[in-house]
Design a protein around this ligand. Structure first.
Ligand code: GAL
Ligand code: CA
Length: 336
């Protein structure tokens, strides 16, 4: 009899040990995740499906909810995940300045947290919890690569300087103001010209928190019919989505101006093939999704977050940064 009780006790202990290691009764890790908005081409079209299929491949359970562009909604979603007892959180901030709120919640619950795609902007916030990490990119790199492509092509195409003044008259479709990707892409894409000794003149810039095709279309259509419409020599887009809208607007107006974007979505590759887009930059959402989940699963199991993976963690920012790649009319087929 005593032996039976003892065995039951051992079995119970085994169960509680496996829970402490962050696993469901069936041995599966449960990941509570979100996308800041399912309306976003890149997040919904590339990252969400990869998060779901890679989680399945790794034998984990993931739930991905839509924060609908509202930070307050995301705060509530995180509370619900914590109440449900998820093993780890994988969070795409709506407001990159609101990381502190999410980190405090995870810390209070003792749940590890992987932030992805929108890097926290508040200084020191990543150091406020030992179980928070970031997966994304080096935002500046995308702007530099886009800028270098544009400078190279500008130099090759003397007729792009329509008024022959040696200055690039550009318009810029910017993503979410305050988003590290949007800020860095805006800055470094233009800086490439000045670094190459070419003057650049901004004719117009409009930002959209949703990085949307509709915004790209509306703004480009308005710019083309504005007083400076005929002066535009280059269209710089912080992402493909807005670029798609600008391409549609140009086609409707019967104009073809040099245009560059970032993300390398399948549709962007088609536009390059059709001669409607001059270049984009691969934002490797597949690997960003995989890194997010590799770190999340390791963290849930109490392991070193990069254990058994090829990811490198930058010590100061606690970040894994997946590289960007230039995509041009010469190499786009490699990405299809
Ligand atoms: C960027 C991407 C944009 C948009 C944004 C959302 O990395 O290039 O298209 O998805 O993330 O945070
Ligand atoms: Ca000019």
């Amino acid at each position: 009899m005593k032996k039976v009780v003892l065995l039951a006790l051992v079995a119970m202990m085994a169960v509680s040990v496996s829970f402490a290691n962050g696993q469901q009764e069936d041995g599966k890790i449960v990941i509570g995740a979100n996308i800041y908005s399912f309306a976003d081409n890149f997040m919904n079209g590339v990252m969400k499906p990869e998060l779901e299929s890679y989680a399945t491949a790794k034998g984990a359970d993931i739930q991905v909810v839509d924060s609908e562009g509202q930070q307050a909604k995301l705060n509530d979603q995180v509370d619900i995940f914590i109440t449900k007892g998820v093993d780890v959180l994988a969070i795409n901030l709506v407001d990159p300045a609101a990381a502190g709120t999410i980190i405090s919640k995870a810390k209070a619950a003792g749940i590890p947290l992987i932030l992805f795609n929108k890097e926290a902007t508040e200084a020191g916030v990543m150091a406020s919890y030992d179980k928070v990490w970031y997966v994304g990119t080096d935002s500046a790199e995308s702007g530099m690569i886009q800028g270098d492509m544009m400078v190279m092509d500008w130099k090759k195409n003397a007729d792009w300087d329509k008024n022959g003044d040696g200055v690039v008259q550009y318009v810029l479709l910017k993503g979410e103001p305050g988003h590290p990707d949007a800020e860095a892409r805006t800055k470094y894409s233009v800086k490439a010209f000045t670094d190459a000794g070419i003057k650049a003149e901004q004719l117009a810039l409009e930002a959209d928190p949703n990085w949307s095709t509709q915004h790209g279309n509306d703004k480009m259509a308005a710019w083309l019919t504005s007083s400076f419409g005929k002066d535009i020599e280059l269209v710089i887009c912080n992402n493909d989505g807005m670029g798609f809208g600008a391409i549609t607007a140009m086609k409707a107006a019967g104009v073809r101006l040099p245009i560059y974007s970032v993300d390398a979505l399948a549709q962007a590759l088609t536009h390059i093939a059709d001669g409607e887009l001059d270049g984009t930059v691969l934002n490797d959402g597949v690997n960003q999704s995989r890194a997010t989940l590799d770190l999340a699963i390791n963290a849930a199991m109490g392991k070193d977050v990069t254990a058994g993976t090829a990811w490198t963690l930058q010590a100061a920012s606690k970040a894994v940064r997946v590289p960007y790649v230039a995509v041009t009319p010469e190499n786009y087929q490699d990405f299809q």
